[in-house]
Design a protein around this ligand. Structure first.
Ligand code: PMP
Ligand code: GLU
Length: 409
């Protein structure tokens, strides 16, 4: 006779973790495409451009040279120096090598940070709509995400006063992501300064996720909160990476710049979990930062042209309301006026659209259009579309959405 296990198989942490909806829906759309379905995907946020050739060549050269061994766990000296030069050049920030850690994607940098900084019960303020992984990563570190809702009326932006109202004696960290995933909203330098001053005044850390730094349409210069003062720099953890600006999503390369004690703690976590990010990816990263930057601007312009097509096209659909984003490559239209309507799958009972999950399922099942429900971003009235896809896909995809909306009863 087999004795049943005495303990529950999985940890509570694993049981309670939500899967990433951005990755799940994109995988589903790709599986349908592989079956020959004509799926148009507005799913995962990844540039549809190839990684620049000079970056690929640098990795190939590194491979041929035999750079295939462990590197220092927190990143090669060459890549840290390229990051240091980038932070100086683009952000006016001065860091040393011990204040930089390179990880397997910005997602991994944020994971390391939460593991390094949070004790059970520590609170992390996360404005919503938020990128799906922030609250989950806080919870994976036994922290408590405290959501500060930013309304559509305020352009999906919160304020220092709203953040302050959510501070308690347990607040450890505030998360800011500008330009934002999923809304594309961009904070003004003044609001960023107010939030930074609040953190400095209250002795709270600030994580600034700057991964969409280069995808900005306002014409304004990007501002890093760590640059406001020495005190701000001490409390700010700047996160950035290669996925978006350099179209290197699959390379898994990101980094954090912070106070050396924070970086040392993150490095310990990384030492004992993944060790270094892939050696040849790091060689590509050096070239991405030190080499020509024209591809970054070419992609930014293409995204802006697409934004200028997708936003009015969505707003032309009755029941859909879409703000014009100032950055990133997402639109986050409100579709809640359509909730309560229904559709009938062939040979099945009618289904009512109760929220963003139902609406996204309807679009995928009946019209073969993949979008991400707003529920995973803390905004069930909305859906997210990534317009990092061809203009043709944008036009065909939005036409299908218009048809789908019209067909609802
Ligand atoms: N931050 C934000 C806001 C993101 O949208 C993403 C995902 N694209 C990441 C971090 C992680 O990026 P990566 O791990 O690919 O560097
Ligand atoms: N961050 C991208 C997105 O939001 C990629 C998927 C993910 O890592 O969540 O679509």
């Amino acid at each position: 006779m087999i004795t049943p296990p005495q303990q529950r198989m999985l940890s509570l942490r694993a049981i309670q973790a939500a899967p990433s909806p951005t990755l799940a829906i994109t995988a589903k759309a790709n599986a349908l495409k592989a079956q020959g379905k004509d799926v148009i995907s507005f799913g995962a946020g990844e540039p549809d451009f190839d990684t620049p050739q000079n970056v690929k060549d640098a990795a190939v050269t590194a491979l041929a040279k035999g750079d295939t061994k462990y590197t220092p766990s927190s990143g090669t000296v060459a890549l840290k120096d390229a990051i240091i030069a980038k932070l100086k050049r683009d952000n006016g920030l001065t860091y040393g090598r011990t204040e930089i850690i390179v990880s397997c994607g910005a997602k991994h940098s944020i994971y390391n940070l939460m593991q390094a900084m949070l004790d059970p019960g520590d609170e992390v303020i996360v404005p919503s709509p938020y990128w799906v992984s922030y609250p989950e990563q806080v919870k994976l570190a036994d922290g408590v995400p405290v959501i500060v809702p930013a309304t559509e009326a305020s352009g999906f932006l919160t304020s220092a006063a709203e953040i302050e109202a959510h501070i308690t004696s347990k607040t450890k960290l505030v998360v800011i992501n500008s330009p934002s995933n999923p809304t594309g909203a961009v904070y003004t330098p003044q609001v960023l300064r107010d939030i930074s001053d609040l953190c400095v005044g209250r002795g709270i850390y600030l994580m600034s996720d700057e991964i969409y730094e280069k995808v900005l349409y306002t014409g304004a210069e990007f501002v890093s909160p760590a640059s406001f003062s020495e005190a701000a720099k001490k409390l700010t953890i700047t996160i950035n990476g290669f996925s978006k600006a350099h179209s290197m999503t699959g390379w898994r390369l990101g980094y954090a710049a912070a106070d050396l004690d924070i970086v040392a703690a993150m490095s310990k976590i990384q030492d004992q979990s993944t060790s270094n990010p892939t050696s040849i990816a790091q060689a590509g990263g050096v070239e991405a930062l030190n080499g020509p930057q024209d591809s970054v601007e070419t992609m930014r312009r293409a995204f802006q042209e697409r934004r200028d097509v997708i936003v009015p096209a969505l707003n032309d659909i009755p029941g859909v309301h879409c703000l014009n984003p100032d950055g990133a490559f997402y639109v986050f239209p409100n579709v809640s006026a359509l909730y309560g309507k229904s559709w009938t799958p062939s040979g099945d009972a009618p289904r009512t659209i109760g929220g963003s999950d139902d609406f996204a399922a309807y679009l995928l099942e009946k019209y073969e259009v993949a979008v991400i429900p707003g529920s995973g971003f803390g905004a069930d009235g909305n859906i997210r579309l990534s317009y990092a896809t061809s203009m043709e896909n944008i036009k065909r995809g939005v036409a299908r959405i218009a048809e789908a909306v019209q067909a609802l009863a």
